[in-house]
Design a protein around this ligand. Structure first.
Ligand code: GAR
Length: 187
């Protein structure tokens, strides 16, 4: 699931193709027509679908449409790779412990929107990113992997976000592997 440029989506596809994690990205869903993520999917040869939140009556209706797509495609695990919509129990309940989000802060600091701007405003010297399981409380589910990123003198939103994203591309595939391992039958 992606809303924007799709750099995390692409990093995950490349990681899967390299065998770490041992997974296949079977479908991308985007909510913004013409977003970068859909263009990357075309280039990478990954099927994608548009579910535009503007044509759904509410958040739950959008999530019902998402669940339908994922069930049709036989999806085991769902990744919110820059999905800028709040999700509901409809999606969370359909993929318990199988819904991973990437967030550009060291949670539990700076939940919600504009986490990078929040970090800059707070004057922290260490920022970062978190891959976590999704729960009903926003940006509060079980943490899977984090990476710390220094805030440098003169950083603005864009320079810090770019440095954080390089780490996101590294930890998101690790988190997907961890989430899959947690689900795998033991023994
Ligand atoms: C990523 O930095 C991700 O952490 C953030 O959106 C960006 C998407 O970039 N997600 C959130 O802020 C979710 N609350 P991308 O489209 O290039 O992967």
């Amino acid at each position: 699931m992606a809303s924007g440029s799709g750099s995390n989506f692409e990093a995950l596809v490349e990681a899967c193709r390299a065998g770490r994690p041992q997974a296949e990205v079977v479908v991308l869903v985007v909510n913004n027509p013409g977003c970068g993520a859909a263009q990357r999917a075309d280039r990478l040869g990954v099927p994608w679908q548009l579910l535009d939140h503007r044509v759904h009556s509410d958040r739950a209706a959008l999530d019902r449409a998402l669940v339908t797509v994922f069930h049709e495609r036989g999806v085991d695990l769902v990744v919110m790779a820059g999905w800028m919509r709040i999700v509901t129990p409809v999606l969370i309940g359909a993929f318990p412990d199988r819904l991973v989000n990437i967030h550009p802060s060291l949670l539990p600091s700076f939940r919600g929107v504009d986490a990078v701007g929040q970090a800059l405003a707070a004057g922290v010297t260490l920022a970062g990113c978190t891959a976590h399981l999704v729960s009903e409380e926003v940006d509060a589910g079980r943490i899977l992997v984090q990476a710390a990123v220094p805030v440098l003198a003169g950083d603005d939103r864009s320079s810090l976000a770019a440095r954080i994203q390089r780490q996101e591309h590294r930890i998101l595939p690790l988190a997907v592997q961890l989430a899959a391992d947690r689900l795998a039958p033991q023994g």
